[in-house]
Design a protein around this ligand. Sequence first.
Ligand SMILES: C[S@@+](CC[C@H](N)C(=O)[O-])C[C@H]1O[C@@H](n2cnc3c(N)ncnc32)[C@H](O)[C@@H]1O
Length: 273
Amino acid sequence: MKPVSSFTDSEFLKSKQYKDSSNLSARIALHRDYGTCTVGVWQWFFDMLLATLGSKARILEVGAGRADLWRENADRIPEGWEITLTDLSDGMLEDGRKQLGDLADRFEMHPANVQELADADNTYDAVIANFMLYHLPDRPKGIAQIRRVLKPDGVLFACTLGHNHMRQYWELVRSVVDDPNMALQGQNPFTLNDGAEQLGGSFDDIVMVRYHCDIKLTDVEPMVAYFHSNGDEAILSGQYDDAVRQRVQKEIDEKGHFFIQKDTGVFVARGGA
Ligand SMILES: C[S@@+](CC[C@H](N)C(=O)[O-])C[C@H]1O[C@@H](n2cnc3c(N)ncnc32)[C@H](O)[C@@H]1O
């Protein structure tokens, strides 16, 4: 398992973890197929966008990944929204483009590191930075770049994870993998717990809204795929897989499912210009 520094190692993220969308897809599948909520995260998030932005808006998404937000809300994107999708990884953007299919023509898409945005000051009504600010090696710089490209009354939407996210998963991994670095996992550097303070360097009106959903897993293989999506060579060798399978299967047999607590939400940040 890579130590926690891999969280913010842009070269590792670009060339390995996010060289394409396969690792992210394994994690998304677990949330999508076994979530306990009736409203999916991107529907919940889009409802908030619609309620906040007018019918005309210039929107930048940084670290857009597979562009799921847009694909899942394809039929309700207002015509007057001009949307630019960016990501550090070319491979990720390419997979996003494939996923969008014909809808891709609706967007301007190009690679960009949020710490070095080329856009002019005061360009966007909204910036979306979902599940990605924790990847920045210099977060104050990236957050200041977002503030710079936003119009003075623009809004940042930034989903992230809380300290208890995937708690039972990490307990399982620590109990199975004999690696001192495992203790560091979960030390996410931008969470629901400390993100407001970090955003406070550039914004002065910050609200956090939680998304309520957990996971009840009724099949072991999605857990193994998730485990591999975060794994180093030792994990990818498959040596721990049977132990993971046994733990998960035991709880499914006893309780009907393997329960995993999620802890996610969004910061909506304004002001500070
Ligand atoms: C966990 S994924 C989230 C993807 C998408 N926002 C979502 O919520 O599904 C993190 C994404 O951030 C991108 N990323 C990491 N560091 C970045 C940076 N410095 N600038 C722009 N994108 C970055 C990664 O390539 C990856 O696609």
